[in-house]
Design a binder for this molecule. Sequence first.
Ligand SMILES: NC(=O)c1ccc[n+]([C@@H]2O[C@H](COP(=O)([O-])OP(=O)(O)OC[C@H]3O[C@@H](n4cnc5c(N)ncnc54)[C@H](OP(=O)(O)O)[C@@H]3O)[C@@H](O)[C@H]2O)c1
Length: 360
Amino acid sequence: MKKLKVGVIGGTGMVGQRFVSLLADHPWFQLTVIAASGRSAGKTYAEAVGSRWALEEPMPEAAKDIVVMNAVADKQAIADQVDFVFSAVDMKKEEIRALEEEYARLECPVVSNNSAHRWTPDVPMVVPEINPEHLAVIPAQRSRLGTKRGFIAVKSNCSLQSYVPALHPLKDEFGLNKVLVCTYQAISGAGKTFETWPEMVDNIIPYIGGEEEKSEQEPLKLWGRVEGDHIQTAQTPAITAQCLRVPCSNGHMAAVFCSFDRKPTREEILARWAAFSGKPQQLGLPSAPKQFIHYFEQDDRPQTKLDRNLEGGMAVSVGRLRPDSQYDYKFVCLSHNTLRGAAGGGVLLAELLCAEGWFD
Ligand SMILES: NC(=O)c1ccc[n+]([C@@H]2O[C@H](COP(=O)([O-])OP(=O)(O)OC[C@H]3O[C@@H](n4cnc5c(N)ncnc54)[C@H](OP(=O)(O)O)[C@@H]3O)[C@@H](O)[C@H]2O)c1
């Protein structure tokens, strides 16, 4: 199979670096363009990123000499060179919304990590194991944009990437009706390291702007359904969230409490988690974890440092499932925020789009 040519818009940033790293040896996609702001444009990728390289693994050799383009000024030239782009720019929300639509109108599909289009009614927000059927709204979006090929598809926020997968296989079967979640989120989620955010050493900050709203509302779009030209969001379950920034480099943990119309047994929950497999597993997508949800019986797992890289950082780790005195059950779960929660989730979504012919 001929590889599709791919651009990374915002490729010099924290999430962009993950995209560049994941695309270095990708079997279906060829990293062809890296674009960022005017500050980086015209420099080689190695020069533009310099000491900002934040990953443990070294910068891919093949990316080092790519000359960074300007994501805004060079749109047409970028769209001409690639089959689709990943978007991970950090700009004002209205600017991102406009920029991504401009790429789509240039017939260059956009797989975005940004929140700007998550609530655009005809933009599918997809976790490939959970709601792959939402891609069916793309023809309606193309018709609004007046495009033949171009469209925007987005992934959901990193904060919910651990608990929505854990709740999903229980939701319909047992009538999930109420969820309380507290998240413990790593500093890379703010595009930072301990070098660039020293105030986070030995510290917790009990506020992440906009994160609680996203954590409460985005699951309802994921659990919605395509109705004509838009996604109709689900009405239940009721979700309340508190999101804290904690001194970890990578990995978002969540403590979850949940109640059901028909309370399952602990064994029923464990069996549903063990059996949960979605379209990425069925299609054998290259970035799909073999086992999406891993349950740990040990009381002190999952741990951020030990378990965030499970299955290449694409699996979800769960532990401590037990009855609660006010809700039916409580448990903890973990997912890698810049892998499954950001770039890895974006790459998996692009693989699904590719496998289903949306880039043809
Ligand atoms: N970090 C996470 O875990 C995570 C998870 C989910 C979603 N997100 C979202 O993903 C996006 C990127 O996050 P990040 O953490 O990677 O941010 P980041 O490290 O600050 O990187 C921002 C990127 O955007 C580029 N950029 C900034 N202003 C630009 C402009 N005016 N024109 C073109 N490019 C511009 C930067 O280029 P220069 O290097 O040239 O400045 C850089 O490539 C954000 O919207 C964030 O909310 C992040």
